[in-house]
Every structure is written in structure tokens, then in C-alpha cells.
Design a protein. Structure first.
Length: 327
């Protein structure tokens, strides 16, 4: 760490904070189905992947930095690195470009990916490199590929990974196109938001493979049948990610919610339905459906990809409630 190399006290603080983070995630039950991930989170040093980050304060952001000359500031940096919270790592003109995701959400996603020993994994969105390190710890460097469009992000991810002792394959490129030279993959996980499923990911997945991706403020897990077909449900977990640059991304004009009761406008599950059906249902139609169906949880929704069609649905892919995803 340059002029302020970690001393024993700092190492001990990081180890203690990391153990506390693991206990917090464990208490939430994220690893009940796959406890092997607990060891990865206990071993991989998150602070090495966030040599600096930004914390929201009144009027903007405060930068926390591991190279600060102030020992108390460096202590705040380490403690903050092991809080169960997302950390803003790149800003431009006040806009968030990249972040390190909330660790408990990462744990939920990795467990839902159902990784098996020997699997090959493609990560879309390199970020700080922390998620790739967790995967590499579990599977081995040669079985993990991470891709990002921004060369500055991939270069910093390589540095962070090397500092932590990991060397997965880091590729600079458009994540929506996958990484065909490293295919096929058993699992694909995206850490950036999309509005449709890139067909390249299906083509680069082995039959029976799983794709986990953020979409419409949720996380959908698809099982791939072949290059033209995949289907799956959303997890219960809400998720808000920076959009994928270079591929399909959320967008559009703000919705006009006049006529929708305030309670619904502020309800996370109703807003999920709005995002999922954007362009198909107006807010009043969505509200009627939401009320009629008992304010459905995310797990009742799913996505199907079949040939050139792609649609979201409630309860049944062929049922009465189905909406095309934007092209």
C-alpha cells in the first residue's frame, strides 16, 4: 500500500472486521444451501479491492483512502470496507460508474448460481475484481473469466486480484457479447443491470447451464436449454445495479403515476412490476393487476427466451399475464 504498508495492527483489524462481516452474512442464511461460500468470504480480503471508495455525505461524497496519512482515517477505510453495504468506487461528474456490491447480496447471488466443483464461470462486469476473486477461490483461477467494457476498470481489477493472490482471466470487451474464445460456460453471472437477455450468453452456455442477471430491480435465474431457449424465475431479493455499458440497458422516460395510490407508488414490489412491464402496461393497469393478484412477490415472476421472442410472465410462461421485453 505504498507509503503506508499494512502493519500487524492493520492486518488484525482487517481480519477481525472480515470475520464480523462473515458472521452477519451467515446470520442471514445466505449460505444455507451452499456453505462452501462462507470459507471464500472469510478468506478473500475485500479491503484490497477497494483501495479507496466514496461514502455519501451531506452535499456529496467523502473519499476514504487506504493511503491516507491519518491513521484514524485508514482505520475508518478498513472498517468501512467490511461493512455490509455497497461501496461507490468510481464517480464521474457525480454519476456512479462502478461500485463494489453489498457483500450479503453477492453471497445470495453466488449461492443462487449453484456453482459446482469443476464449473467454468463468466462474470459480466469486472467491478473491483472482488466477486471474481471469490469465484476463483472456490473454483480456481483458470475456471473464472470476468469481462468489462472499460479498460480502466479491467486494469484496476487485475491489480487488485494480483494483490490478493488471484489470477482469473480478465477481459476488456462488451459484456453483452460474452467472451466466445473462453466458452462454453457452465455459469454466467452479471453484476450490472440489463433489460433483455443477450443471446450471446445462451450461445456460450452449456445445455443445463445457469445465467443469473439483474433485471427490473430483481434477479432472475435462467436455466439454458440450448442457444435459443432459456427460462427461469426471479429470486425474492431486490437488486439495484449500475446498467451494463455497451449492451441492453434499462432506460426510458420517467413513468407518470397519477391515479396510482401513494402506498402503491412507494411499494418496492409494485415498482418492480412497473419496471418489468414497462411499455406493455400503463401504471394504472399494472396497479389493477397487482391488487387483483394479491401484491405478488418477485418469485412468482419469470422470464422465457424462445427463438427471437423474450417475455416476462406472472406464474405461468403461457398464462394470461405475459409481457414482451423491449427489443
Amino acid at each position: 500500500m505504498g507509503g503506508h504498508a499494512p502493519d500487524r495492527k492493520q492486518d488484525d483489524l482487517a481480519a477481525s472486521a472480515r470475520a464480523a462481516l462473515v458472521r452477519r452474512i451467515d446470520a442471514g442464511g445466505a449460505w444455507a444451501a451452499d456453505p462452501v461460500w462462507r470459507e471464500a468470504f472469510a478468506a478473500v480480503p475485500r479491503h484490497l479491492f477497494v483501495p479507496y471508495y466514496y461514502v455519501g455525505v451531506a452535499g456529496g461524497y467523502e473519499r476514504r483512502w487506504g493511503e491516507s496519512p491519518d491513521p484514524q482515517a485508514r482505520e475508518r477505510w478498513i472498517r468501512g470496507a467490511y461493512e455490509d453495504t455497497p461501496l461507490a468506487t468510481r464517480l464521474r461528474d457525480g454519476e456512479l460508474l462502478s461500485s463494489s456490491s453489498q457483500p450479503s447480496l453477492m453471497a445470495d447471488m453466488l449461492a443462487a448460481l449453484r456453482v459446482e466443483d469443476g464449473n467454468t464461470v463468466l462474470e459480466i462486469g469486472a467491478g473491483t475484481g472482488y466477486n471474481a476473486a471469490l469465484l476463483a477461490h472456490r473454483l480456481g483461477d483458470d475456471r473464472v473469466t470476468t469481462v468489462d467494457l472499460d479498460p480502466e476498470i479491467t486494469e484496476s481489477a487485475r491489480r487488485h486480484l494480483a494483490a490478493a493472490g488471484y489470477q482469473p482471466v480478465v477481459v476488456t470487451g462488451d459484456g453483452a457479447r460474452g467472451v466466445p474464445e473462453r466458452a462454453p460456460f457452465d455459469r454466467i453471472i452479471a453484476t450490472c443491470a440489463l433489460s433483455t437477455v443477450p443471446r450471446a450468453w445462451l450461445a456460450q452456455s452449456r445445455p443445463g447451464g445457469r445465467i443469473l442477471m439483474p433485471l427490473a430491480t430483481g434477479l432472475v435465474v435462467l436455466t439454458v436449454a440450448d442457444a435459443g431457449h432459456a427460462e427461469g424465475h426471479f429470486l425474492h431479493t431486490p437488486a439495484y445495479f449500475v446498467p451494463l455499458r455497451g449492451g441492453s440497458r434499462p432506460g426510458g422516460e420517467p413513468l407518470q403515476l397519477g391515479g396510482v395510490p401513494r402506498r402503491a407508488r412507494e411499494d418496492d414490489l409494485f415498482r418492480f412490476l412497473l419496471a418489468l412491464t414497462r411499455g406493455s402496461l400503463d401504471p394504472q393497469e399494472a396497479h389493477s393487476l397487482w391488487q387483483q393478484e394479491g401484491r405478488p412477490q418477485r418469485e412468482r415472476y419469470g422470464i422465457t427466451v424462445s427463438g427471437d421472442r423474450e417475455w416476462a410472465w406472472l406464474d405461468d410462461p403461457e398464462g394470461p399475464y405475459a409481457w414482451p421485453l423491449p427489443a
